[in-house]
Write a protein that binds this ligand. Structure first.
Ligand code: C2O
Ligand code: CU
Ligand code: CU
Length: 489
């Protein structure tokens, strides 16, 4: 879509009364939710390609159960989860449970599994009893096709609710009384017929992105907040490559969780940057004047502007999705609906909680390893994105670690482009960036490496043995080699 058409589409959408002002307090068609009951969740998911409605138009996308985003799975610690997964695509795929602490083996969270076209496969696992509550997600992980499948829409959310587990935050009265809104951010590049465009070769290098930004499959949805109430926004970047810089215009918000895991206390934020795969919980107290507040996506340069300029000789040739073609845009709007918290059935006026969960201090590491992220040519596969000089090799274990130990990984970005690092199975804490101690103690499963940045993370390898992966979450980079295998023994 041309930018001009895009803008007129946005204007058309903005002029339509999407939500009646007096509507009940609810988010507009949130993802369908499947909740576990008496300790178990059994669902059927089907990945398929087909026509769906996206932001008021029709598009040919890949979906789980014909929904954009896919259904939301809600479980509790200790639950058994059984997913009958059917691949109705014409290409292989599989499922990965991003951020869940699960075995990387068997029928649980094995990223090396193949579910062939036409096949129905069972995923069967138990959420550990001590699993923290939080906000996670699932998406395909079949190496070589991940960017394409995610960019066609495949993604769904997982919420672990753990109010009985010590250290979890869902039991806090303020959070129990809060209104929760899950926001899944996806971007699309559609042609006139609603087909996803194949990216031009440079976009495969930079990471494909589109300028149609959707929130829960909608363009500029509105969210209501009762005056005096508290809104808990749980935002997921489910885009293949796009990095979002988000701001709530003229309204304060507080960061309460990073990558789904609670902080020790809310932290006031100006803007929040989410690289692909990252999540943020933000608390918004409805204590300002009634009105409408825009959730803005601000321009963000992940290092491709300079590269594009040098490759093409001129910045204006860069085309869609690069920073010089973008302006701040409203991706959702928050309305104070005019009702008060007590009228809407919330019995207390909700304050910000002063304290949240606990985030443990990790012991000193037993091993420090270095990982260098760079561009080049792998001698065997000829893939262009490398970690420690090598592109992904299916049969090569790059790193072996001991279960029960703590390691520091020093992640060195030698390239002029963002490379968001992600590790499966275990969470980590950021210790320092470019030698500066990280001020916020927090759990993460993705950390964005800015151009030429060095980030030191501390990882406790816990509970599960087996092989899994770490990789760049710009999914075109992962597909083109920026992934390694870690074996936990
Ligand atoms: Cu969100 Cu290896 O993935
Ligand atoms: Cu993951
Ligand atoms: Cu990358």
């Amino acid at each position: 879509m041309e930018r001009r058409q895009f803008l007129s589409l946005m204007a058309a959408v903005a002029g339509t009364p999407l939500v009646a002002r007096c509507a009940r307090l609810a988010t507009p068609s949130p993802p369908k939710v499947y909740r576990s009951e008496s300790g178990s969740l059994a669902v059927a998911l089907t990945a398929s390609l087909g026509r769906v409605s996206l932001g008021g138009r029709s598009a040919t996308l890949m979906t789980y159960n014909q929904q954009i985003p896919g259904p939301q799975l809600e479980v509790r610690p200790g639950d058994r989860v059984q997913i009958r997964f059917t691949n109705a695509l014409d290409q292989p795929t599989n499922l990965h449970y991003h951020g869940l602490h699960l075995p990387p083996t068997g029928l649980a969270d094995d990223p090396f599994r193949t579910v062939a076209p036409g096949e129905t496969a069972l995923y069967d696992f138990q959420i550990p009893d001590a699993h923290p509550s939080g906000f996670f997600w699932y998406h395909p992980h079949f190496h070589g096709l991940v960017a394409q499948q995610v960019f066609h829409g495949l993604a769904g959310t997982i919420i672990v609710r753990g109010d009985e587990v010590p250290g979890n935050v869902d039991h806090l009265p303020e959070l129990q009384a809060a209104q929760e809104a899950v926001l899944v951010l996806q971007d699309f590049d559609l042609d006139r017929r609603g087909q996803v465009r194949e990216p031009m070769p440079p976009f495969r290098m930079w990471g494909r992105q589109g300028d149609l930004i959707t929130v829960n499959g909608q363009v500029q949805p509105r969210f209501n907040l009762p005056q005096g109430g508290l809104l808990r926004l749980r935002i997921l970047n489910a885009s293949a490559s796009r990095v979002y810089q988000l701001q709530l215009a003229d309204h304060p918000w507080w960061l309460a969780a990073t990558d789904g895991r609670s902080l020790t206390a809310p932290v006031a934020q100006e803007s929040v940057i989410l690289a692909p795969g990252e999540r943020a919980d933000l608390l918004v107290p409805g204590d300002r004047d009634p009105g409408s507040y825009a959730l803005l996506s601000l321009p963000y340069d992940r290092g491709i502007a300079a590269m594009a300029g040098s490759m093409m000789g001129h910045g204006s040739m860069m085309g869609r999705g690069t920073v010089d073609t973008e302006e701040p845009q409203t991706i959702a709007t928050l309305d104070y609906g005019g009702t008060t918290a007590s009228e809407s059935g919330t019995s207390i006026l909700v304050n910000l909680p002063t304290a949240l969960g606990t985030v443990e201090t990790l012991p000193e590491p037993s091993i420090v390893r270095e990982f260098v992220f760079d561009h080049g040519i792998d001698p065997e596969t000829h893939d262009p994105f490398l970690i420690n000089g090598r592109a992904f090799g299916h049969h090569r274990v790059d790193t072996q670690v001991q279960v029960g130990t703590v390691e520091d990984w020093v992640l060195i970005n030698k390239a002029g482009m963002d490379h968001p690092f992600h590790l499966h199975t275990n969470w980590f804490q950021v210790i320092s960036r470019n030698g500066q101690p990280e001020p916020l103690r927090a759990w993460k499963d993705v950390v964005n490496l800015r151009p030429y940045e060095t980030v030191r993370i501390r990882i406790p390898f816990r509970d599960f043995a087996g092989k899994t992966v770490y990789h760049c979450h710009i999914l075109d980079h992962e597909d083109q080699g920026m992934m390694g295998i870690v074996e936990m023994v």
